[in-house]
Design a binder for this molecule. Structure first.
Ligand code: HT7
Ligand code: ZN
Length: 844
């Protein structure tokens, strides 16, 4: 397969003045006619005329009305074209019914839909399928489906046809078409300049009762983007469509967002609090792309973080404003460490702006998205809120309608602040998670903090330069008062000291407040100091972090030395849990323990080979100990967590329920499941029903409840995904593989549906001890199914290969078994480009 390099970027050679498309829909033989007006680009060097096109049956071609016969290759077409402007026409045939890759135009349960990012448009017609070619699209759809949608505004409709015009130039990856038997939940939004926008959420008839929350989230997002970023919506209509078969969460097509049904449909009975929060965040994310991605897009796919990092950053700001900023930050850091740090520490590590790829779909990663957002957070911290907002205003004003680069992005900050950001730019180029070692000195009232940064080697990058790292610091006096409020230190050297004179007593540092940079802090602080911070830190993040460090240290000692749970830590934690002035959601987070995968990495970092069974056993032992120790506290917390009011998925209620779920999980360890059974029986919402079911399954009392659950939800695909996933996630590690295998034989295991496949195999891969069973059965089962799925859906298969990314941290036996599974995948005849690239990187 061909490797594409950032350094090889060249412009296309023509601009596309207009695009006219006509679709005559038929499941096995859709005709696509295109009329494209090309004008030579005076700024670009002369090029051979090449349009991408894949899996298209050519029917006819013409240039300026005269039939032509271009050279057709598996990648596209080559033609001799006039020197000046010309009109290129093509007619091709495609078969959406047989498109199981879910890229291009495909069918999902009888409904036509598209997914064009990143390079799916070339599966619809011949086109310069690259983000820097932006054009104005007019689309005519013909067919028997009652609802026919495309981008932009509707400009005409009649019996069996509809026409759409999108006045905003856009790259082909933002093209969308939907046709089907759909109904809409409709509403409207008036923008601050008075434009009335019709809002529609299109779904199958039976899903109409699951639309209200999504619609409210959309209106909140539109309002927030006006208030906070001054960004207004720019079309007469905004359509969202829910689709059952979808490779990712959602897609920001201009004026026609397409959503995985799991990312938009929710009712209290069928969706959990976590589902509601995710939906709110994804709706906001896709909506915010209208400015950060659509109006200003990427020059090439190497710049993906330009739109994704910024839009994740914006959606996190939105969620922080809508809910609790403190809780959102902690949840995001947990997620960053679980997914992005893991990526950075393994063979798939790559920079936020990668320099090469074979298949761009493999780079929609936690690094590009989440680390990309962290980089923006650091930039904002360094320049300040006011400069950030002025830089953003300049970015929108200067680059509206353009396809941009990270250089364009950084330049607006440089101009607004007169700051040289060349060192900061390394965050985009250098892969790996920096490590910060901390040394302290205390003499004559002066406290000196010395920070030393190193970034470990990553594939293709053996040596790293020092980065600009904003380190937010607070200092506490020994009696628990803050003697230095949060101050941002700028670490720019490999090693640098910061001096704080005039202190009455040696202070306790509260370091990396708010997780001010995506780094690993290496500081061997004492247990006493951590317990002190758990009790006194004024920063909610570092207070939570002290607890997490204590939990990790305790679990590591339990794994390696068979130690007992740390009583001093548990006493400190108990005080926090009893503090009713603290948000229940925050206390629920305090009850969390590091994941078993986290512990495996921590052991590996300390030169100890992780043993998944021992990690599992220690975690269980700690949970049992906490349950017994807090037997009298748990009912009190359960009372505090109870919600008497009618269900609302807001921060206040869902925070209480998350505390309630954590408490129920512990209670089940002492009451054998009685409280869970009672909760299951009276649950009137999915959050309570599902958390009770998980406890019952874990307690070995799940059979009856699982059968009742299935009977109740048999016809709801999204709820049945939960039924599949939960049984695996809550299984004993000795049974995980057998449970998974049995579920793959279930008549409802529709493995071609990405949500169902992920529900099952995502749960297997996420069950640390179950997946890493010593005999390798977990690795083999996943490999069998990845090999099978690759023929149908390479994109989802490739993403799930990441389950093996940490294979080198285990013992030689497990390594050999994972390597064998990867080799078996690699040897599959006709393996897709997507999976070939992933497996090659994994075993390199
Ligand atoms: N920009 C989108 C990324 C995307 C995608 C979405 C659905 C299916 C396939 C996809 N490939 C790339 C989603 C987003 O980040 O908003
Ligand atoms: Zn996005």
């Amino acid at each position: 397969a061909q490797t594409i390099y950032l350094r090889d970027y060249t412009p296309f050679g023509w601009t596309v003045e207009s695009v006219h498309l006509t679709f005559v829909l038929a499941p096995e033989a859709t005709r696509v006619r295109s009329r494209l007006r090309f004008v030579p680009d005076p700024k670009a060097p002369a090029q051979e005329f090449f349009l991408q096109g894949e899996d298209l049956t050519p029917i006819s071609f013409a240039i300026d009305g005269a039939p032509v016969t271009p050279e057709i290759t598996p990648e596209g077409l080559r033609a001799k074209v006039p020197d000046g402007p010309f009109t290129f026409e093509a007619e091709v045939e495609i078969a959406p019914l047989h498109n199981t890759a879910l890229e291009g135009l495909y069918m999902s349960r009888g409904m036509y839909c598209t997914q064009c990012e990143a390079e799916g448009f070339r599966k619809i017609t011949f086109y310069p399928d690259r983000p820097d070619v932006m054009s104005v699209f007019t689309v005519r759809i013909e067919g028997g489906e009652p609802v026919k949608l495309s981008n932009g505004n509707p400009v005409g409709a009649g019996e069996g046809w509809a026409e759409w015009h999108d006045p905003w130039p856009k790259p082909a990856y933002l093209f969308a078409l939907v046709a089907g038997d759909l109904v809409a939940q409709s509403d409207s939004f008036t923008t601050r300049s008075g434009r009335e926008v019709a809002l529609n959420l299109w779904v199958r008839e039976g899903d109409l009762h699951k639309c209200a929350f999504g619609m409210e989230a959309l209106k909140s997002s539109m309002d927030w983007d006006e208030r906070v970023y001054g960004r207004e919506y720019d079309l007469d209509v905004f359509n969202i469509v829910a689709v059952d078969d979808f490779n990712m969460g959602a897609m920001e097509n201009k004026g026609l967002n397409i959503f995985n049904s799991s990312a938009v449909l929710a009712s209290p009975e069928t969706a959990t609090d976590a589902n509601f929060e995710r939906i709110e965040g994804i709706i906001a994310h896709e909506y915010f792309h209208n400015w950060t991605g659509n109006r200003i897009t990427c020059r090439d796919w190497f710049q993906l973080c330009l739109k994704e990092g910024l839009t994740v950053f914006r959606d996190a700001q939105f969620t922080s404003d809508m809910r609790s900023a403190e809780v959102k930050r902690i949840v995001d850091v947990i997620d960053l460490r679980a997914r992005q740090f893991a990526e950075d520490q393994g063979p798939l590590a790559h920079p936020v702006r990668p320099e090469s790829f074979q298949e761009i779909n493999n780079f929609y990663t936690a690094t590009v998205y989440e680390k990309g957002a962290e980089v923006i957070g650091m930039l904002k911290l360094l320049v300040g809120d006011d400069a950030y907002s002025r830089a953003l205003d300049l970015y929108f004003a200067r680059h509206d309608g353009q396809a941009c680069t990270i250089e364009d992005w950084l330049r607006v900050f440089e101009e607004v602040t007169a700051r040289d950001l060349s060192q900061f730019k390394l965050w985009y180029a250098q892969a790996g998670t920096p490590r910060l070692a901390v040394a302290e000195d205390w003499q004559d009232g002066t406290y000196t903090l010395t920070l030393r940064q190193t970034t470990p080697p990553t594939p293709g990058q053996p040596d790293k330069a020092p980065l600009v790292i904003p380190v937010a610091l607070g200092l506490l006096s020994p009696d628990g008062h803050e003697v230095l409020p949060t101050t941002v230190l700028e670490l720019t050297e490999a090693e640098q000291s910061f001096v704080f004179p005039g202190l009455a007593a040696r202070p306790v540092p509260s370091l990396l407040r708010g997780f001010s940079a995506p780094v690993v802090l290496e500081r061997e602080s004492s247990r006493e100091e951590r317990v002190f911070l758990l009790a006194h830190d004024t920063d909610t993040f570092t207070r939570w972090e002290a607890n997490r460090d204590l939990a990790r240290a305790c679990l590591l000692a339990m794994v390696t030395d068979g130690a007992d749970p740390d009583a001093a830590w548990l006493d400190g934690l108990e005080t926090v849990l009893r503090d009713a002035s603290l948000d229940p959601a925050y206390r629920a987070l305090m009850l969390g323990v590091p994941t078993q995968s986290d512990l495996a990495q921590a052991l590996h970092d300390r030169g100890v080979t992780p043993d998944p069974e021992a990690i599992w056993a220690a975690t269980e032992r700690l949970r049992d100990a906490r349950a017994t120790r807090w037997a009298e506290l748990l009912p009190q917390l359960a009372d505090e967590a109870r919600v008497e009011a009618p269900y609302r998925p807001d921060a206040a209620q869902s925070g209480r329920r998350s505390l309630g779920s954590a408490v129920l999980a512990l209670t089940t360890r002492v009451d054998g499941g009685s409280a869970a059974e009672a909760q299951y029986d009276r649950a009137d919402n999915m959050t309570l029903q599902l958390s009770a079911l998980a406890c019952l399954v874990q307690a070995g009392r799940g059979a009856e409840a699982l059968a009742r659950f299935r009977a109740q939800w048999q016809d709801d695909r999204l709820v049945m995904d939960k039924w599949f996933g939960l049984q695996i996630a809550a299984s004993d590690p000795t049974e995980t593989v057998a449970v998974t295998e049995a579920l793959t034989r279930d008549p409802d295991f529709d493995w071609t549906n990405p949500n169902r496949f992920r529900a099952v195999f995502g749960a297997l891969a996420g069950h640390h001890a179950g997946f890493h069973r010593a005999d390798g059965a977990g690795y083999d089962l996943l490999a069998d199914w990845l090999i099978r799925l690759d023929d149908k859906n390479p994109q989802t298969t490739a993403r799930m290969c990441a389950a093996y990314q940490s294979w080198r941290r285990y013992d030689p036996d497990r390594q050999a078994k994972m390597r064998a599974a990867l080799d078996r995948i690699a040897a599959k005849p006709g393996l897709s480009r997507d999976v070939t690239e992933m497996v090659t990187r994994l075993i390199a």
